[in-house]
Design a protein around this ligand. Structure first.
Ligand code: EPZ
Length: 427
């Protein structure tokens, strides 16, 4: 197992290239199962989640080739069984359910299970597919779905926390091959859902209302192969923007989509950072004084839950009280206790974390619990005085392409090191 050894206190300076979006490419890879023809996907990020999705598609019978950021997927013959051993490792893989059901008329997909950030039910996914006429049972930990031919329908996909991103993806993909018209109300509007719709339309699907809560899909008999380039990763871009402000540096975030980052840029400016848009780049530096701000996470276009942990780090540096409220996932504050090891003062009360900012951070050994929490711990290590050891960075490798290299190019002192023996004993 590997860790990041970080020597903090160095302002980040220079430019960083944003990679392709993890949360766009995963459902796009699943969508390639909707046709027997070859699909070519570009700007594919080199991530462990992507490699795992390649394994899952291969286990379903697809031919998958990933080389230098380009994926070729062809699934002339398909199996309908997605195994627990693979699906349990990554929730994103559950979005093979819709394409398998639409293409084969049956699917046997392991339940994805929960994770540290919440119970993560799939009731909305199943509600949507049942509305399209699928009969669905949960047996021995698997979703068993059948539908000789799905039929278009009108359905509402809103739930406890608003809409669902992968639920919208699953139902939208299934509806592309259904008989008739489907109207999804309260559909997710995330840029990753819009990107998936873009790929489906490139395959010949008929979809309107993309990017709005009202998606209309007119089913077709078959889809064809397509070539597509994935959008840049807005969460990665936001992470580097916050790193620039937190380290009191100046960073140009290149190949980004600033139009996907309004909520984050708005909060950064409110906190005193200076953010300038330069074409597809964002130039970010910390202004004269950091200020505490309150943040509430929401579905897109609100403040993204995947940036909440990183923003918490910035608020530990702003003198005064900030309140960070998590409205999307019910248990997404595991990073708060680890940030306390570095000297942060954070009290979690129900859905909110009260951050008393302005206290200096000092290096310590911390442990990552999930993808975005690990990014926050790296940012805190970049700011803290002295050495920080971030353990279990396999979480980070799931969603950030070569973060240590990108940070070193910005002047940071970050080394990927093997887990020290004494740490292994603690594992
Ligand atoms: C996607 O997860 C992303 N993952 C998550 O990113 C992201 O945090 C999330 O959307 C919200 O933006 C991928 O795209 C692979 P949801 P998803 O269904 O689709 C509840 C990261 O760090 N819900 O939109 O699984 C659910 O429990 C990851 O990259 C139901 O109640 O999230 C949650 O509270 C983490 N019933 C809320 O909705 C359902 O059937 C939003 O979840 C489905 C969801």
């Amino acid at each position: 197992m590997e860790c990041y050894q970080i020597e903090g206190g160095i302002p980040l300076r220079g430019a960083v290239q944003v990679s392709g979006a993890k949360n766009a490419v995963l459902p796009i890879m699943a969508a390639a199962l909707l046709t027997p023809e070859p699909c070519v996907i570009r700007r594919v990020p080199d991530l462990s989640d992507v490699r795992l999705m390649c394994e899952i598609l291969t286990s379903l019978g697809a031919q998958v080739r990933l080389a230098e950021g380009t994926l070729t997927i062809q699934a002339p013959n398909l199996e309908g069984h997605a195994d627990y051993k693979l699906v349990r490792q990554m929730r994103g893989s559950f979005c093979v359910l819709g394409p398998l059901l639409a293409r084969l008329g049956r699917a046997h997909v392991s339940l994805p299970g929960g994770c540290v950030i919440g119970s993560r039910p799939i009731d909305l996914h199943l509600k949507g597919l049942r509305a399209l006429g699928a009969s669905i049972a949960i047996e021995r930990g698997y979703v068993c779905a059948e539908a000789p031919r799905l039929a278009g329908a009108e359905l509402f996909l809103g739930g406890r926390a608003g809409t669902t991103v992968l639920g919208t993806a699953n139902v939208m993909m299934a509806a592309t091959l259904a008989k008739g018209v489907t109207l999804i109300e309260s559909a997710a509007c995330e840029p990753e859902v819009v990107d998936l719709a873009g790929f489906l339309v490139a395959m010949g699907a008929k979809i309107s209302g993309v990017g709005s809560p009202f998606l209309t899909i007119t089913g077709v008999n078959e889809l064809h192969g397509a070539e597509y380039e994935v959008i840049p990763d807005r969460i990665e871009a936001a992470t580097y923007a916050i790193a620039a402000a937190a380290t009191n540096g100046e960073v140009a975030i290149q190949n980004a989509r600033p139009d996907h980052l309004h909520a984050v840029v708005d909060k950064l400016r409110e906190a005193g950072a200076e953010v300038e848009r330069q074409g597809s780049a964002l130039l970010v530096r910390r202004g004269p004084r950091l200020a505490p701000v309150d943040v509430t996470t929401q579905p897109y276009a609100g403040f993204p839950t995947d940036v909440q942990a990183q923003m918490m780090v910035l608020m530990t540096l702003a003198p005064g009280i900030s309140i960070i409220t998590e409205r999307v996932f019910e248990a997404r504050f595991t990073h708060a206790a680890e940030l306390a090891r570095l000297g942060a003062d954070i009290v979690v009360e129900g859905p909110s974390a009260i951050v008393k900012g302005g206290l200096p951070l000092s290096g310590a050994r911390v442990m990552a619990s999930d993808l975005r929490a690990s990014a926050a711990l790296v940012l805190a290590g970049l700011v803290a005085e002295g050495p920080t050891l971030v353990r279990r960075i396999y979480h980070l490798d799931r969603g950030y392409v070569s973060m240590d290299e990108k940070l070193r190019r910005l002047g940071a002192n970050v080394q990927r090191v093997p887990e020290p023996p004494e740490e292994l004993e603690l594992c």
